[in-house]
Design a binder for this molecule. Structure first.
Ligand code: PLP
Length: 290
């Protein structure tokens, strides 16, 4: 057990049973990748970030299935999900007990020309999200793509969770320059999409909506869990294209994701949104598996 981050390398990620050790704990601080790994040189790979709360991974199955879908969209070898699940459990087991772990599962195309993916699992203690869980200011920023991008330009891999997040991180820096904490991406045809690392949830009365996956957003595991809770409480849930003006005029909006969990939007640009701390707390408890 250690309070340090834990790294598990997964050389057997593509299965085939040729690896005596399909996964093993490795030195987190030591060099593990080569400079010709296509994950490094081209951001050519896929990943997932899974929240582990009081030792219990949330939505691990849906995360690994989404990793497999992203890999398929990039024409990467299919990951062996049983091996990844075992390697994931090892990483969590080896980490010191902490309330909130953030565990990244990464698979790249590997060394250029090798045809063998690189994969690893990295578990570390989550940052303190308490401020964001109380409320965030969000800037609406163009993603520069239409809501028809999936059909028009599938090679842009909209909806795949690839390692190419430099643009998403640049958008967060732009939001910060504008005095906001986070971003709501907007399509060129004027629809609210998602955050750079989160899914939009919007309330109109007892109806809760999120962006259709067909608009090129990532299929969120957290919003699926939130919908399960809301539906069980009698609310209606579904996908709907919404403009930023509709979001700003709604009865409440949140950005959902697997480690920050629930961040209520207090302001969308200059517009203030209604708050429901009691519902936010219920969503938070549900998403952390309580
Ligand atoms: N959208 C994007 C672009 C993301 O990167 C993420 C999470 O990382 C999400 C949405 C939220 O997905 P999940 O709830 O599965 O964490």
């Amino acid at each position: 057990m250690s309070a340090q981050p834990v790294l598990v390398l997964v050389p057997g990620v593509a299965g085939g049973g040729t690896h005596a050790m399909p996964y093993a704990v490795a030195e987190e601080a030591a060099a593990q990748l080569t400079v010709i790994d296509l994950g490094v040189t081209r951001g050519d790979g896929v990943f997932e970030t899974v929240g582990v709360f009081d030792g219990a991974p949330q939505n691990l199955g849906p995360h690994l299935q989404r990793l497999a879908r992203s890999a398929e969209m990039l024409e990467l070898p299919a990951p062996d999900l049983d091996i990844l699940e075992e390697a994931f459990a090892l990483a969590v087991h080896e980490h010191a007990d902490v309330p909130e772990l953030s565990v990244r599962v990464v698979m790249t195309r590997g060394n250029e020309g090798s045809g063998r993916p690189s994969a690893w699992i990295h578990a570390r203690e989550s940052v303190d999200w308490s401020r964001e869980r109380a409320g965030i200011r969000v800037a609406a920023l163009s993603r520069g793509l239409p809501s028809t991008v999936v059909a028009d330009a599938p090679w842009l891999l909209a909806g795949a969770k690839t390692l190419s997040y430099a643009g998403n991180m640049a958008a967060v820096r732009e939001a910060k320059r504008r005095g906001a904490d986070d971003v709501l991406f907007v399509s060129t045809d004027g629809y609210a999409l998602e955050g750079p690392t989160s899914t939009l949830l919007v309330r109109h009365g007892e109806a809760f909506s999120t962006t259709p996956v067909s608009a090129g957003v990532l299929q969120g595991t957290s919003v699926a869990s939130a919908f399960a809770l809301l539906a069980a409480e009698g609310a209606s849930t579904g996908e709907r294209l919404m403009t930023p003006a509709e979001v700003a005029a709604s009865d409440g909006a949140w950005l959902l994701s697997s480690t920050r969990l629930v961040a209520p939007i207090t302001h969308l640009d200059a517009q203030e949104l209604p708050q429901d701390p009691e519902l936010t707390a219920r969503l938070l408890d549900h998403l952390r598996g309580r």
